[in-house]
Write a protein of this length. Structure first.
Length: 62
């Protein structure tokens, strides 16, 4: 179940990508879901895409 204020959606990706994300999440002491969120936020920031709304937090822990 999604956290309050968050939407859920299905994403398909190759098993090797999921495994790499799981390893990164484990080393960062995050859940796989939280790691994917951080990776997406970092990628958007590198592209200069700004987030709108309450959920606008920096990847480092804002």
């Amino acid at each position: 179940m999604a956290s309050p204020g968050k939407r859920s959606f299905l994403i398909r990706m190759p098993p090797e990508l999921i495994e790499a994300i799981e390893r990164a999440a484990s080393s960062d002491l995050r859940s796989t879901n939280a790691e994917i969120e951080v990776l997406l936020r970092e990628a958007l920031a590198r592209r200069g895409v700004k987030l709108k709304g309450k959920g606008d937090k920096s990847p480092g822990g804002g």
